[in-house]
Design a protein around this ligand. Structure first.
Ligand code: HSE
Length: 308
């Protein structure tokens, strides 16, 4: 019986333009590695964090908090050690805290013989994510756990829908190396929205879902618009409008803020287009003095996984 698992916990893009707090998709070219070990000593212990400076105290560590939520619910006759090898920068907008929150509960569940399903694991992971973003939402967690596109139909009771992923859909990400805290980018959002904007937004969410179901890339393109959140948050991201313009001019189906930013995502039909978009947005940021990283990724339909 295995007592230790090494896993890959992927980065994710939440919101996907029109689906604030409910839609997300999973990436495969960037993610964290974690090692989770079953121990005789009871309790949950974060024993190592590499890559970024994050707390080792279980109650302050996102992976520790989600692990504790599951541990306290199940009360297993063992303990767990968590090692985190972080590649996703905290505050990047591509689901750094979600990857940590998901990784620990996914691996513990595997080590314990899968007592929980993925929706139940999401519920534990929400507790970890909440200490990072100061509120409970699952739009990064669900795609990290389930893979592909997901829609959080409801938080209470938690209900997650898996949306089909068109086979030739690729994401391009640019991550300007500045930090935007999710809590801060939520604080600037309006509490009320005009009815006219709400109508546009829910029509886009509905048609985006339909486009994903029917592999209709042109409908996906016509649906990737956000008239509610992006106008406010884009002000926090230097050169957002130039990046968006470059991506759309170079064939992207759509372009928007990844999660709460500062990362920006574009979706394209085919790898070639996605790479073309990458070059175009690199050119925009190369003219600035802000350091950045870019990624091109097929949509990862598997989600968090065990590494052999
Ligand atoms: N839906 C969340 C937001 C994702 O945009 O604030 C970031 O955690």
């Amino acid at each position: 019986m295995t007592n230790e698992l090494k896993i890959f916990s992927p980065a994710t893009v939440a919101n996907v333009s029109c689906g604030f707090d409910v839609l997300g998709f999973c990436l495969d070219s960037i993610g964290d590695n974690m090692v989770i070990r079953k121990t005789n000593k009871k309790g949950v212990f974060v024993t190592k964090v590499e890559g970024f400076d994050l707390p080792l105290e279980t109650e302050l560590n996102v992976a520790g908090v989600s692990a504790l939520a599951m541990y306290n619910a199940l009360k297993p006759d063992c303990g767990f050690e968590i090692e985190i090898y972080k590649n996703i920068k905290p505050g990047s907008g591509i689901g750094s805290s979600a990857a940590s929150a998901v990784g620990s509960v996914f691996a513990m569940n595997e080590l314990l013989g899968r007592p929980y399903n993925k929706t139940e694991l999401t519920a534990f992971a929400i507790k970890g994510e909440a200490i990072a973003s100061k509120c409970e939402h699952a739009d990064n967690l669900a795609p990290a756990l389930f893979g592909g596109f997901t829609l959080v139909k409801s938080m209470s009771p938690l209900e997650i829908l898996q949306i089909p992923t068109p086979n030739n859909l690729y994401a391009t990400i640019i991550h300007p190396q500045i930090e935007i805290k999710t809590s801060e980018s939520r604080a600037i959002l309006p509490k009320q929205v005009p009815l006219e904007d709400a109508i546009t937004q829910w029509s886009n969410v509905g048609s985006l879902i339909h486009g994903l179901h029917t592999n209709d890339y042109q409908l996906i393109k016509r649906s990737l618009h956000d008239v509610i959140i992006e106008p406010h948050r884009s002000k926090l991201i230097p050169h957002f409008n130039d990046v968006k313009k470059a991506a759309l001019n170079h064939g992207a189906l759509g372009c928007g803020i990844s999660g709460s930013g500062p990362s920006i995502f574009a979706l394209s039909e085919g790898l070639e287009h996605a790479e073309h978009v990458e070059n175009a947005i690199k050119t925009v940021y190369s003219k600035t003095n802000i350091a950045f990283e870019t990624y091109v990724s097929k949509i990862n339909t598997e989600g968090v996984k065990i590494l052999e």
